[in-house]
Design a binder for this molecule. Structure first.
Ligand code: GDP
Ligand code: MN
Length: 379
């Protein structure tokens, strides 16, 4: 789950990371009032779940409340990379001497939290990584011991020469590590971390991604979700307790179990097709889940065929069959459905489907190649 900058800043603040106090506004007049309260020059910043807001015109300096009102009315309602801006953050503007990048990610390759810092900050870190990888310093952290003071110092020394800056940045590294660990983050990033002409080190931007698996035990974080920045079908799936990830292909997949879902997608690819989604309806066999799954998949205009691949263990295949029948009664499914069922109660399942004129199959290979074949026919 992505946090907005203003939400991420709250978490950094709790950990003691230095930054200016600001406030968030949903209307230009609110932004004006905040600017008046703060006094002096402020920055008005679009709150959307994308990077590169600066380049897109979503970050503007305002010298007084009237300009803040003007900037906010330009930024609110604008679209950045497909997302509409509903809120702006208003904060006192910092004088910038240097801009650095400080990020902490959960690295899949090493299976460890990895710090990345660079004194080429402010710009896209992906660009730095691609063009001048030598400008990035990386340190993996062993979570059993946490970030060691000497590691934090090494990171800070990669950014600064001035001892006061190094000391301040070392502390910020330790604090950022705490934010990352304490909130179950998969990414925590400050870009830019700036120095000011009067010697301060400040966080000017904040990006945090919380691992979705953390949210059940952290209702305080779960409420921070902003669904307006998310893929609508994924929002709908989450509400229906389905594990769903939208993809770009045309074979809609309904599968029970993540492993089987992955294998199914592999097999779709093997037969020359492209999956439209990853969907795991889970172990329990609740016909309602099947109805919801079909609703979500049929809403995707790219889908040319729907492929069920159900292995009945705990899942009762007759429940799945009942779900398919219930769904087709509730709404018209305009694309062909290929059903592969095997395992618990499969004889009943086949009968239920035959009762409405649908044919199920037993063999996974046959079902997948048939589904892929159908996408080519309809195309
Ligand atoms: P992003 O483009 O979405 O990453 O948004 P940022 O918050 O990182 O802002 C982009 C750029 O705007 C920064 O790299 C700075 O150069 C500039 N900027 C942001 N806040 C301030 C500020 O307080 N003072 C000044 N002078 N520039 C700022
Ligand atoms: Mn930034």
């Amino acid at each position: 789950m992505n946090l907005h900058e203003y939400q991420a800043r709250d978490l950094l603040k709790v950990a003691g990371i230095p930054m200016f106090d600001g406030d968030v506004a949903s209307t230009p007049t609110e932004a004006e009032a905040i600017a008046r309260r703060l006094g002096g020059t402020v920055v008005v910043k679009a709150q959307v779940h994308v990077g590169g807001r600066g380049k897109a015109g979503g970050v503007k300096l305002a010298r007084n409340p009237a300009e803040a009102l003007e900037c906010a009315s330009q930024i609110l309602g604008m679209t950045i990379k497909g997302l509409v801006v509903n809120k702006v953050l208003v904060v006192p503007a910092a004088d910038i001497a240097t801009e650095s990048y400080v990020g902490l990610i959960l690295d899949r390759a090493t299976q460890l939290p990895v710090f990345m810092v660079s004194d080429a900050g402010g710009v896209d870190i992906e660009e730095v990584a691609a063009k001048t990888p030598e400008k990035i310093t990386k340190i993996a952290v062993d979570p059993r011991y946490g970030l060691m003071p000497h590691q934090a110092l090494t990171l800070a020394l990669a950014l600064y020469r001035d001892w006061a800056h190094v000391k301040a940045a070392t502390k910020i590294m330790m604090q950022l590590y705490q934010v990352f660990m304490n909130n179950g983050a998969s990414l925590a990033e400050i870009n830019p971390l700036v120095t000011t002409p009067d010697g301060k080190v400040l966080a000017l931007d904040a990006k945090i991604i919380i691992d979705d698996n953390e949210l059940d035990r952290r209702p305080d974080l779960a409420v921070l979700r902003d669904e307006s920045g998310e893929e609508p079908s994924e929002v709908q799936a989450r509400r229906a307790n389905l594990t769903f990830i939208k993809l770009d292909g045309n074979v809609g997949c309904v599968v029970n179990g993540a492993g089987l879902a992955m294998a199914t997608m592999d097999l779709v690819k093997y037969y020359g097709g492209e999956p439209a989604n990853f969907l795991d309806i889970g172990g329990s066999s609740n016909p309602e889940k099947v109805v919801n799954a079909l609703k979500i998949i049929t809403a995707d205009p790219n889908v040319k065929v729907i492929l069920f691949n159900i292995f009945g263990g705990i899942t009762r295949t007759d429940d799945v069959a009942n779900g398919i029948v219930a769904a087709t009664k509730q709404f018209e499914v305009k694309v062909p459905i290929v059903i592969r069922l095997t395992g618990t109660n499969e004889a009943e399942a086949f009968k239920i489907l035959e009762g409405v004129g649908m044919v199920a199959m037993n063999d996974m290979d046959a079902a997948v190649s048939k589904a892929v074949g159908l996408t080519k026919e309809v195309a």
